[in-house]
Design a protein around this ligand. Structure first.
Ligand code: DP6
Length: 335
């Protein structure tokens, strides 16, 4: 039976997707721009199985090769997406899936983005189909994890909002990874699932009094990020990164009911990043919907940034990552 294995990376948003016109289908209220990561990836194997009745299987692959059953919430979302892909492809077969992250799941490190991008690529690959990158991005978006549509591409990626019809809303690559070698030192201050999902965050976002103000500021912010990527200008990118991250959390904290993603360690890392800058290093912080902090810097600063953040009592460990080339087909299957 046909088996296909892929890896798909996480991404870190410079301009965040936060708020949707249609949450189930992930139609964003605002455009977002991200950098695709290199080391933080989801591996996924999909195999077509036949039998008297349709019976999909979802497994988590452990590092030692054992397969354990996926938890019910995750399995439900994965099954729904497999069914969506099957309908899209006009196919009947059942699918066996195994998946493994190379980084802690559900810690605000975009495990859904890499996970649903990988699932989309593995299942369409097992069907023997080769959709265009735009189509793959659109299919990944329909998983409900909107940021997954950006993980289909490497380098720097934009997902435009606006008057976009549902069947047109997908991401595009704005520059490849070779264009600009940026690093992302992730200071992990909390492991474990976040208490409020991004989906609930999107839902609550418009209840914040600061929501409309951020939208007014976004046009100019998007232009600054596009220009900074074009010119490889970290001094121009950095301040927008921090403004965006703070605004995302400001909106979360002032939503009704409020959402606090930060932990005390988040503040310690933010302080330390400011100190590093006072010492002359170009290092800038951003966070997704979680407590962990991504510190964007250039390759020359990476070592020092990782060492200093790793020494903080609040930081469990750091992950050293950087811009990556995007999904790949893997030779080694997970089962
Ligand atoms: C804060 O609805 O894509 O990361 O499914 O949890 O990955 P997940 O979330 P999604 O919202 C992403 C929210 C964000 C910002 C971003 O990545 O743009």
């Amino acid at each position: 039976m046909s088996k296909h294995t892929v890896s798909a990376p996480a991404n870190i948003a410079f301009i965040k997707y936060w708020g949707a016109t249609d949450i189930e289908r992930a139609l964003p209220l605002n455009s977002s721009i991200s950098m695709t990561l290199d080391q933080c990836v989801t591996l996924c194997t999909a195999e077509l199985t036949s039998g008297p009745k349709r019976r999909d299987e979802i497994w988590l692959a452990e590092a030692d090769g054992r397969l354990t059953p996926a938890g019910p919430d995750f399995a439900r979302r994965v099954l729904a997406h497999i069914e969506r892909l099957r309908r899209w492809a006009g196919r009947e077969e059942s699918v066996r899936i195994a998946t493994r992250n190379t980084f802690p799941a559900a810690a605000g490190l975009a495990s859904s983005a890499s996970g649903f991008a990988a699932l989309t690529l593995a299942v369409t690959g097992a069907f023997g189909l080769a959709p265009s990158p735009g189509e793959l991005s659109l299919l990944a978006r329909r998983s409900g994890s909107g940021s997954a549509c950006r993980s289909v591409f490497g380098g720097y990626v934009e997902w435009r909002a606006g008057e976009m019809a549902e069947e047109k809303s997908h991401a595009v690559q704005v520059a490849d990874a070779d264009h600009w070698d940026l690093r992302d030192v992730i200071a992990v201050v909390e492991i474990g699932p976040k208490t409020v999902s991004s989906l609930d965050g999107h839902r609550r976002a418009p209840t914040s009094p600061y929501y409309d103000r951020r939208r007014e500021l976004l046009g100019e912010r998007l232009d600054r990020v596009r220009g900074a990527i074009r010119d490889r200008d970290l001094a121009a990118l950095g301040p927008v990164l921090e403004e965006e991250a703070i605004d995302l959390h400001l909106i979360a904290m002032s939503s009704r009911p409020p959402i606090f993603y930060w932990s005390p360690g988040t503040v310690d890392v933010l302080r330390s990043v400011r100190e590093l800058r006072q010492e002359g290093l170009e290092a800038w912080a951003t966070m997704d919907a979680g407590a962990n902090v991504h510190v964007i810097c250039d390759p020359d600063s990476e070592e020092e940034v990782a060492e200093r953040l790793g020494d903080l009592a609040a930081v469990g460990f750091v992950i050293r990552d950087g811009v990556g080339d995007g999904p790949e087909t893997e030779m080694q299957a997970l089962f």
